[in-house]
Design a protein around this ligand. Structure first.
Ligand SMILES: Nc1ncnc2c1ncn2[C@@H]1O[C@H](COP(=O)(O)OP(=O)(O)O)[C@@H](O)[C@H]1O
Ligand SMILES: [Mg+2]
Length: 125
């Protein structure tokens, strides 16, 4: 199985308010399948993709990708996972306004696995 989640739950805590964005989501996706996640606004699509993409960590439950339990990875492990194992196209550009595009993509703040975070000259937004 390429991607497997078990009882994936993500609760956001903002002050006294708790929002359960995902509750006990278990799914299995095989290699080579094309999947669309559908649901009304606020149903947890972005939350699920953020977890599968290694941008966020679950409150409980597990995520395995190619047998690797990414829900157990630390910050650096997740950065390496994002860098080498997964591609994410964001809904918005997510560029850092004061950086040129390559600086954004190489930035340590975006990718702690980046060896030096050096800028590439000559590219402007
Ligand atoms: N950072 C956050 N803090 C608090 N609540 C959040 C946060 N992100 C999302 N939510 C809430 O979690 C629920 C699921 O949101 P989201 O995953 O963005 O849904 P979708 O992408 O399907 O529109 C919504 O109720 C949303 O308001
Ligand atoms: Mg969304």
């Amino acid at each position: 199985m390429l991607i497997k989640t078990q009882r994936l739950t993500r609760i956001y805590f903002s002050g006294k308010i708790q929002v359960t964005a995902l509750k006990d989501v278990s799914l299995e996706l095989g290699e080579g399948v094309f999947v669309a996640v559908c649901g009304v606004s606020g149903s947890g699509k972005s939350t699920l993709l953020n977890l599968l993409g290694g941008l966020d960590t679950p409150t409980s439950g597990t995520i395995e990708v190619e047998g690797c339990k990414i829900s157990d990875l630390d910050r650096r492990g997740l950065a390496l996972y994002r860098r080498f194992s997964v591609g994410i196209i964001f809904q918005s550009f997510n560029l850092i306004p004061s950086f040129r595009p390559l600086r954004t993509s190489n930035s340590r703040s975006c990718s702690p696995a980046c060896p030096d975070g050096k800028d590439e000259e000559g590219l402007r937004t």
